[in-house]
Design a binder for this molecule. Structure first.
Ligand code: DP6
Length: 388
């Protein structure tokens, strides 16, 4: 077949990747760990097609044609997959390697929402190209060269991205992603994404982390001391399904990432007032329960990602609804259906929660852990290689 379509998941880091030691190869300063989200709710879909009739390489992203030859990350991924394919593919597949390709990719969630769209996108592209050219084995080292965090979307469940060593070859460097546990390991775990209404244009994570690498002293402490300890604690907490430790390490690591961003010069500010109110609400709720039952984490944007057990979703979202009223009807709650219920009488007063002004949140998605990428049958390109 000269056409392949795949879907790939989003991932959310609980130990963050922030900073590169090699910009071109995307080699990170530290190990990171993430949760792969279920593709029923959020996914990238990518069709790749090779044909002797194509006169140039082309790519369409979310319905718009984009430049191919001036996108080094895209070129790196295509080149790397072809190098591996040449080493071990059949004669039939080898013939395809000389043909031009058309790529069409879309996300089923707004790219602008700042929800790790490049991770799902590059994982999907690399996985689809690998199916097209018959490439087997680990694809995370190729996906990494599209976007660092994309290497973790190659696997389901919880995934660790190893920083690797200094070395001249890809094997020697050994910066790859590895599944820690699969998606069925912790079935009660839920992930709730609070998409914050925000208009401010943010510094991209690539620029932000470059600036942190150059200027932040706190980042050095993070790399040398905090992350190595947290990686071990996090792996143990995940293995043992110890939610309290998992939650505490997740929140501390997110807070440290944003502290590093403020320690960056000039500072990179990603969280806003709504993000900080969500942090406060989560801590207030946990102290009301006398136990850590909810964790938050924030990436290079104001959206909150909450981790909690299924049994707490209803109460937590009732509280969110009270604190962040909304006028959006349909489409406000997305993903796994959410039922809110009246909260115990004393909760608002003992938490000292007051409703904020309406519509600070755009929408809320409930999801859970999910598997890695897979092939599907419905293509985004027609038989002449044009978007459908
Ligand atoms: C804050 O993977 O987007 O989401 O490698 O430059 O493409 P590049 O960066 P990217 O950075 C993600 C940073 C983060 C933390 C994380 O996902 O680990």
């Amino acid at each position: 077949m000269n056409i392949v379509t795949c879907i790939a998941p989003v991932n959310i880091a609980v130990i963050k990747y922030w900073g590169k030691r090699n910009e071109d190869l995307i080699l990170p300063l530290n190990d990171s760990i993430s949760a792969t989200l279920n593709m029923d709710q959020m996914r990238a879909t990518t069709t790749v097609m090779a044909s002797p009739n194509f006169t140039e390489d082309k790519i369409w992203l979310n319905g718009k044609e984009e430049a191919f030859l001036t996108n080094p990350r895209l070129l790196n991924c295509v080149r790397e997959i072809k190098v591996i394919a040449k080493q071990n593919s059949s004669a039939e597949e080898n013939k395809m390697l000389d043909w031009h390709i058309h790529i069409c990719s879309e996300n089923n969630f707004p790219t602008a929402a700042g929800l790790a769209s490049s991770a799902a996108g590059y994982a999907c592209l690399v996985y689809a190209l690998a199916q097209l050219y018959g490439v087997k084995g680990d694809l995370s080292t190729v996906a990494r060269q599209g976007s660092g965090s994309a290497c973790r979307s190659i696997y389901g469940g919880f995934v660790q991205w190893h920083r690797g060593m200094e070395g001249d070859t890809e094997e020697a460097r050994g910066s790859f992603a590895e599944q820690l546990v699969n998606e069925s390991h912790w079935p009660e775990l839920r992930i709730v994404i609070l998409v914050v209404n925000d208009v401010k244009k943010k510094t991209s994570s690539a620029i932000g982390m470059k600036r942190s690498t150059e200027t932040s002293e706190l980042l050095r402490h993070r790399i040398q001391i905090s992350v190595p300890r947290r990686i071990e604690a996090m792996k143990k907490a995940i293995r043992e399904k110890d939610f309290e430790t998992f939650a505490e390490v997740t929140m501390k690591d997110s807070n440290q990432l944003h502290a590093v961003c403020l320690d960056t010069y000039p500072p990179a500010v990603y969280m806003n007032d709504v993000s900080h109110s969500i942090v406060e609400l989560v801590h207030a709720y946990n102290s009301y329960l006398g136990k850590t039952e909810v964790a938050y984490t924030f990436d290079a944007g104001p959206n909150a990602c909450l981790f909690l057990m299924e049994k707490n979703v209803s109460d937590m979202l009732s509280l969110i609804n009270y604190a962040f009223p909304h006028s959006n009807g349909e489409g406000y709650f997305r993903g796994i259906p959410i039922t809110t219920r009246p909260l115990p009488e004393d909760i608002h007063s003992s938490l000292n929660v007051k409703p904020h002004r309406a519509d600070l949140l755009k929408y809320i998605i409930q999801t859970k852990l999910g598997p890695g990428p897979r092939q599907i049958e419905e293509h985004l390109l027609n038989s002449s290689g044009e978007p459908i």
